[in-house]
Ligand binder design. Structure first.
Ligand SMILES: Cc1cc2nc3c(=O)[nH]c(=O)nc-3n(C[C@H](O)[C@H](O)[C@H](O)COP(=O)(O)OP(=O)(O)OC[C@H]3O[C@@H](n4cnc5c(N)ncnc54)[C@H](O)[C@@H]3O)c2cc1C
Length: 325
């Protein structure tokens, strides 16, 4: 829990985010980030597609507070839509409302989103609106509701740690949904804190949507959940075309390929770009062993987790202090 809080706090540090954008990629972020630009990302996706794996592409960035940055982000995502179309990639878009200006102005964000969804709609490309922290939850559902009035190529995410998740899954059961445990630090007033409670709720939501919903993306690295789903769909004769498994780029690669080879639809969440810091810190908060992914790059595969975590914390701490002076 201490380490989880430590990394969650780091994930919100703006200075460290800026430093990471400058130097992080060279330090090893490429293990979990599929390139710095659209060309590199496209190449990574072609490799996944060749292995029978589809992709959902995330142009990294979140919590934007300047209109210019939100417009830049929108333009980059439009380029991704073009790249999917041009290269005939088996891929769709994942995006975050705060990257497109939700913290600046709701209508401005909606307008940005609409532009992307409209262009994707022309090419028959699906757009997933990722869910962020509780503060942005209801406004994000409002955005999704407004988009769904015009478009059918939009879906969203339900985070199982929220008490309200069950109601949300029922509300959106006719949509394509990604179900996850939930990645942000939330208070007890709105979300389960205990891992056992979250896991149980997650399974309940998955079972409900598999039985009653449209298409379910089960996004988890948890083999217990995956094995449960495999047995559940078998028992209830649920077609493999009704669901897919999703994992993050660079995580549990062997299992990703194994599931695809077993004939399950598999989709990898592919982040790319410079703004990888908040994303990666949340991965460390979930599972501090994930530091190994970067440690392998930085420390030539020999350093153990403890040394790697310590070193990273030390470096980040020093950067943070430098700014305060
Ligand atoms: C494709 C995708 C999209 C997501 N989108 C969102 C989103 O929009 N909003 C949001 O809030 N969150 C999102 N998340 C994050 C999600 O909410 C969880 O925080 C994250 O997936 C960690 O939970 P988990 O289910 O993977 O398993 P955990 O609870 O982290 O792990 C459970 C168990 O699985 C095993 N395990 C996990 N990882 C590994 C590993 N790397 N190697 C070996 N064993 C492992 C271990 O035994 C571990 O104890 C997304 C996750 C994925 C995969």
């Amino acid at each position: 829990m201490l380490l989880k809080n430590f990394f969650m706090n780091l994930s919100q540090n703006k200075l460290l985010n800026e430093m990471a954008q400058k130097y992080g990629y060279k330090l090893g972020a490429q293990t979990v980030v599929a390139g710095e630009n659209v060309d590199e990302m496209t190449q990574s996706i072609k490799e996944l597609n060749a292995a029978g794996i589809s992709a959902t592409i995330d142009n990294l960035g979140e919590f934007v507070d300047r209109k210019e940055d939100a417009i830049d982000a929108k333009n980059q995502i439009l380029q991704v839509v073009e790249a999917i179309h041009e290269h005939k990639l088996d891929a769709h878009i994942s995006l975050k409302p705060t990257q497109l200006g939700l913290d600046i102005d709701y209508d401005f964000c909606l307008q940005n989103l609409e532009e992307i969804v409209e262009q994707a709609y022309q090419y028959n490309i699906f757009v997933n609106v990722d869910m962020e922290d509780h503060l942005h939850l209801q406004p994000s559902f409002d955005l999704v509701d407004q988009l769904l009035q015009t478009y059918d190529n939009v879906g969203t995410v339900i985070q199982a740690y929220f008490y309200r998740a069950e109601e949300d899954v029922r509300t959106y059961k006719d949509e394509r949904l990604r179900l996850v445990k939930g990645a942000y630090k939330e208070s007890e007033s709105v979300a389960y804190q205990d891992k056992g409670d979250i896991d149980r709720h997650f399974i309940e939501l998955i079972e409900y949507h598999l039985l009653h919903g449209k298409f379910t993306s089960i996004a988890t690295h948890d083999h217990h959940v995956i094995n449960h789903v495999k047995a559940f769909v078998e028992e209830h004769h649920i077609s493999k075309d009704k669901f897919e498994f999703q994992m993050l780029y660079g995580f549990r690669n062997d299992l990703q390929h194994k599931l695809a080879n077993e004939g399950y639809h598999f989709c990898t969440y592919v982040p790319f770009g410079h703004d990888w810091y908040g994303y990666f810190m949340r991965r460390l908060a979930e599972r501090p062993q994930n530091i190994n992914l970067v440690a392998k790059q930085v420390f030539n595969k020999k350093t153990n987790t403890v040394i790697a975590v310590g070193t990273l914390a030390f470096l980040l701490g020093r950067l943070s202090k430098r700014r305060k002076k």
